[in-house]
Write a protein that binds this ligand. Structure first.
Ligand code: SAM
Length: 217
């Protein structure tokens, strides 16, 4: 069954979540680069980019394996074009954070705004929070799908906030969580210990879920 966004090309965020995302961009007036991790058909991407005029829009980057549905990258580009946005102005990094964070870090890339909406399990969400090291002071990280269905998102956010005092919780709208970087970080945002803990939590959750299913609960 193909994803609805593959045919509608619409955002997978609710109206309220999209309003919260675009309000951040309007309020902050960021000029540095923006990153979306996990774009589906680019439905939210086109709304984020649409906040800015073409001639003053900050650079936009997307990280996505582009295997969510057939011809995903072509559909994202068609979607942007339909919204009057030149897809050639977006840097598409095909793959995951593990592929693209190390070279971006080595190149000194920085981001004012990051929207994480890729693989919602514990381990990949924690890996994606590693982009926090590249966020500028006053920058924002948003995470989608903090819900019971995706416990990995809430687990990763809670652990991240516990261990990263440079970030503060700003708000939650539906399943969208907004965090702000309020100080320079004293440590790497995601450590090896965080990754081990995420891997363990993910396995524990998967085992508990399969036991519940076998028991018919
Ligand atoms: C829930 S959809 C994103 C929805 C989109 N942000 C929106 O608002 O419409 C998830 C996306 O994450 C991508 N994805 C899956 N695993 C990923 C990973 N490890 N890193 C980055 N993107 C990933 C999928 O290809 C898919 O495009």
């Amino acid at each position: 069954m193909p994803r609805a966004s593959a045919t509608t090309l619409e955002s997978e965020c609710t109206l309220a979540e999209r309003a919260a995302l675009t309000a951040v961009l309007r309020d902050k007036g960021y000029t540095g680069a923006h990153l979306e991790v996990g774009t589906a058909a680019g439905g939210t991407l086109k709304e984020l980019m649409g906040v800015y005029d073409a001639d003053s829009r900050p650079p936009f980057f997307v990280v996505d394996p582009m295997t969510y549905f057939d011809d995903q990258l072509a559909k994202v580009k068609t979607n942007l074009t339909g919204a009057g946005i030149d897809p050639e102005t977006v840097t598409f990094w095909i793959g995951t954070t593990q592929d693209h964070l190390p070279p971006a870090r080595a190149a000194g890339q920085r981001f004012d705004f990051i929207f994480l909406d890729g693989d919602h399990r514990h381990y990949p969400t924690t890996v994606d929070l590693g982009w926090a090291d590249l966020v500028t002071l006053g920058g924002t990280i948003c995470l989608h799908d903090r819900t019971e269905k995706f416990p990995g998102v809430g687990w990763s956010i809670d652990r991240f906030l516990d261990r990263n005092p440079a970030y503060r919780f700003v708000s939650q709208t539906d399943s969208l969580v907004i965090l702000e970087k309020t100080a320079e970080a004293a440590r790497q945002a995601v450590t090896t210990a965080d990754l081990w803990a995420a891997s363990w939590a993910q396995r524990k959750f998967k085992t508990a879920r399969s036991i519940r299913r076998r028991l018919g609960r």
